[in-house]
Design a protein around this ligand. Sequence first.
Ligand SMILES: *[C@@H]1O[C@H](CO)[C@@H](O)[C@H](O)[C@H]1NC(C)=O
Ligand SMILES: *[C@@H]1O[C@H](CO)[C@@H](O)[C@H](O)[C@H]1NC(C)=O
Ligand SMILES: *[C@@H]1O[C@H](CO)[C@@H](O)[C@H](O)[C@H]1NC(C)=O
Ligand SMILES: *[C@@H]1O[C@H](CO)[C@@H](O)[C@H](O)[C@H]1NC(C)=O
Ligand SMILES: *[C@@H]1O[C@H](CO)[C@@H](O)[C@H](O)[C@H]1NC(C)=O
Ligand SMILES: *[C@@H]1O[C@H](CO)[C@@H](O)[C@H](O)[C@H]1NC(C)=O
Ligand SMILES: *[C@@H]1O[C@H](CO)[C@@H](O)[C@H](O)[C@H]1NC(C)=O
Length: 916
Amino acid sequence: MFLLLSCLLFPFADAVGWHGGVHLGYQTAALLRWKSSLRASPPALDSWRQGTSPCTGNWTGVACGVVHRGHRHPLAVTEISLSNAGIDGRLGELNFSALPFLTYVDLSYNSLREEIPSAIASLPVLSFLDLSVNWLHGNIPPELGNMPHLTQLGLTSNNLTGRIPASIGNLTMLGALSFGNNMLTGPIPEELGNLNKLMDLELSDNRLSAGIPVDLLNLTELNTLSLEMNELTGSIPHEIGLLHNLRLLVLFENQLSGTIPHILGNLTLLSDLDLHENQLVGSIPTEVGALLSGPLPQGFSNNFSHLIEINLGNNSLSGELPSDICKGGNLEQFEVSMNMFTGPFPKSLKTCRSLKLLSLGDNQITGDVSSLGPYPRLIKVDLDRNNFFGSLSKTWASSSNLTSIYMQKNMITGSLPPEFSSLEKLEKLIINDNNLSGKIPPELSNLVNLYTLDLSQNQFSGHIPPEFGQLGNLQYLNISANKLSGIIPQELGNCIKLISLALNHNSLSGDLPVTIGNLRSLQIVLDVSNNKLTGRLPAELGNLAQLELLNLSHNEFSGNIPPSIGSMNSLLTLDVSYNNLEGALPTGRLFRNASIRWFLHNKDLCGSLTGLPLCSSIPVMKHHNERIHNLGLAISIPMCIAIILLIAVIINTGTAGTRDVLSVWNFDGKFAFEDIAEATENFSDKYIIGSGGYGTVYKAQLQGGRLGGNLCAILKNEELSKELDWSKRVAIATDVAQAIYYLHQECNPPIIHRDITSKNILLDAAFKAYVSDFGIARMLKPDSSNWSELAGTYGYIAPELSYTSVVTTKCDVYSFGVVVLEIMMGMYPTELQSIASMGQRQELEIEDILDTRPSLPTIAEKKEIALLVEVTFACLQTAPQYRPEMQDVYQKLVMHKPHPFASPSHGFRLEEIREV
Ligand SMILES: *[C@@H]1O[C@H](CO)[C@@H](O)[C@H](O)[C@H]1NC(C)=O
Ligand SMILES: *[C@@H]1O[C@H](CO)[C@@H](O)[C@H](O)[C@H]1NC(C)=O
Ligand SMILES: *[C@@H]1O[C@H](CO)[C@@H](O)[C@H](O)[C@H]1NC(C)=O
Ligand SMILES: *[C@@H]1O[C@H](CO)[C@@H](O)[C@H](O)[C@H]1NC(C)=O
Ligand SMILES: *[C@@H]1O[C@H](CO)[C@@H](O)[C@H](O)[C@H]1NC(C)=O
Ligand SMILES: *[C@@H]1O[C@H](CO)[C@@H](O)[C@H](O)[C@H]1NC(C)=O
Ligand SMILES: *[C@@H]1O[C@H](CO)[C@@H](O)[C@H](O)[C@H]1NC(C)=O
């Protein structure tokens, strides 16, 4: 075969000839041999054929040049340019010593496997090497440092491991170096500071650690420096001010601390500054503000649309935002969400017409939303959780490219202008938890791209527009907790992409339309609770085969629970309590493990569930149930019926002489409902010891033995803690989360427990958890001055309470985090602060802290523990605004996924993939 090849090449002999010992024939042979080693012969290489020459035969991706060797000027292969050519194989199969004239090799976007062959370093004149986006693994060969002519080296997006070899610092001709998106570890070698021609340095998305080497700041030619998504520590060196050619400085998602150096203000060419998700403190130096407001640097033509981005999100920056931040009129992305900025909305931002992305979520910035804009180019706006007030002017509707509006949890008033319906591209409108009022404009139905609409927790009144049935892309609709009346329009059944539908806490009346059964994509929740819905439950509910949470409680539904509900295979929680339902419970998996709480307060439900009468004994229980029911109505405040009945004061008479007074919230019902009802003679008035905003408090005397001990004591007991296996521990955490969730979310106003500790969690003989509390005063007088007294137990109190007396639900969330950590560790976490911060940075090996006394967790339990860990460290965030709501925690634990309307809507970038 080789003979044949030589033979065919013979006609070219005088043009090609021998040179440097490597005949073009050998170069050809090396390329063909490599082709034959590839897994599947890629079509792109069809033109590489035996008997043709790479230099005259039009070989795809191969270029030749004349090489000068003495008096000879033969042709030789000088370039291989095969990006995205479907090449699957090993680079090591290419005989580099046969291709000594290569100056340019681009094999990016292929499927090159195994290691980078060190022999590649034997290419003596190579100046361009791009192997990005392949499947290369192993270390970067130190030999690469022996290629003195290399001007560009790209190895991004492979699976490379190990350290960056110091020898790379010998590539002094390099203008661009990119090793991003690998798994490189160790420090950035200071030798890179030798690369004094380097203009682009890209090492992002690796696991590089230690500080930014000061020597890097010798690289005065640098235009771009991307070190984001590593584990870099230390501060941003002051010397960064020497990099006066820097246009792009991207350091986000590291662990950089300290302040933003003022010297950044010297980097007059800087157009993209991204420092988000670090641990930076202090304010934005005025010099940086000046940088953004300065004139366009020389050298930029006026019609060049100069991208300017500033991203400082998710740090601990404070102070006011520079007022002239957009004076230059070029700012397109301004992202400072999740910091502690205070003060007014910057003046120059109000009229910053260049803005495409405005993200200020999770700060304490004050401003009148009606005074902002117009922003004709705006794509996303995030003002979540700040102090914005005023009304939504129709000016916002002029931002025709808007896709997302996040303004939840502010103090926005007025109505929702119908003009918003002209925002054709709008996908997310999230304005819950404000004070918006008036009607929901039916025109919103024009927003055909809308997929998240959250208007919950406002004061909207009037009807649900039947036109909403046209929102064919809607996936999340939450209009709960408003003042809506009228019927649930049957047209909603046309929104067949809905995953989550919440209409609860309104005054909706009429039937639940049978068309609800068309919403087969419903998965997360269908909540119509706390309305005035009547009629029979439609059997079509049974079509919702993917639904996990169905809440029909607190309505006036009558008739049976349709047997079809028994076949809803995904259902995890069903709540039909507080209706007028009767008859037998359906059968099915769900009903075998059901909680009695789901069925309380109906007319005549029966079944084999503990707490319900057997279907044969209805007459006996009827009397009993009615009695309870009437009592419930008589004493209830509608929002909190469940809690009212189940609060009792128990005097534990177990030990003579010690009289502990407890108040018990219990959401299981099996235990406390019956026992407390019995102990209070069906809630006889003579047991009332107080009544207040939340309901009536009874004193009950329970026979000892049912609540044996508290969580703290059980964890200290060697025997009991062994018995407390991992699934029990996860269940306890979930019970506690549920109890706190009810206090926070189901009660209006919310009850803040303020003293969640392991001692206040009581366990019954089956390790079912009950949240309890010593002292009942604040329940009786929730708004009296004792709310501001310091309360709680040292070691469980949220850190902000050391500097503020404002108690929020987030204080309970923190304490919950401590308790769950305690459940996992089997003891109080004495090094709480360091464990919490390591946990948040994911530096902690969870196995190292887990209680070793119970038997090792099963694989399924490990998954649950992982979920607990994630939740716990979120709860232990120092800044209360970063902690989740208890509702999120509970939903996450119960459903193993975040609640659709609870995910934070901050920190987005243009290429955001986060969805609510
Ligand atoms: C090489 O490609 C060019 C342009 O595509 C074509 O004109 C020429 O005939 C080809 N030569 C050979 C030898 O295939
Ligand atoms: C690689 O090419 C060189 C130069 O042509 C040759 O001497 C050597 O034998 C080749 N190696 C292999 C493994 O084919
Ligand atoms: C790259 O590494 C990741 C993580 O170790 C692994 O899941 C993946 O399979 C690797 N890919 C290849 C092509 O080796
Ligand atoms: C860099 O090159 C110098 C000489 O050119 C050599 O002595 C040194 O070992 C090289 N450094 C590395 C790390 O390879
Ligand atoms: C960087 O510059 C400093 C001061 O000029 C010098 O001491 C240092 O050796 C340089 N570092 C490198 C890696 O060139
Ligand atoms: C930064 O700019 C100021 C004012 O232009 C100048 O005085 C100072 O020397 C500069 N610093 C550096 C490190 O370039
Ligand atoms: C809106 O977006 C489109 C497509 O990206 C773009 O061409 C257009 O210029 C944008 N309009 C404005 C006013 O920015």
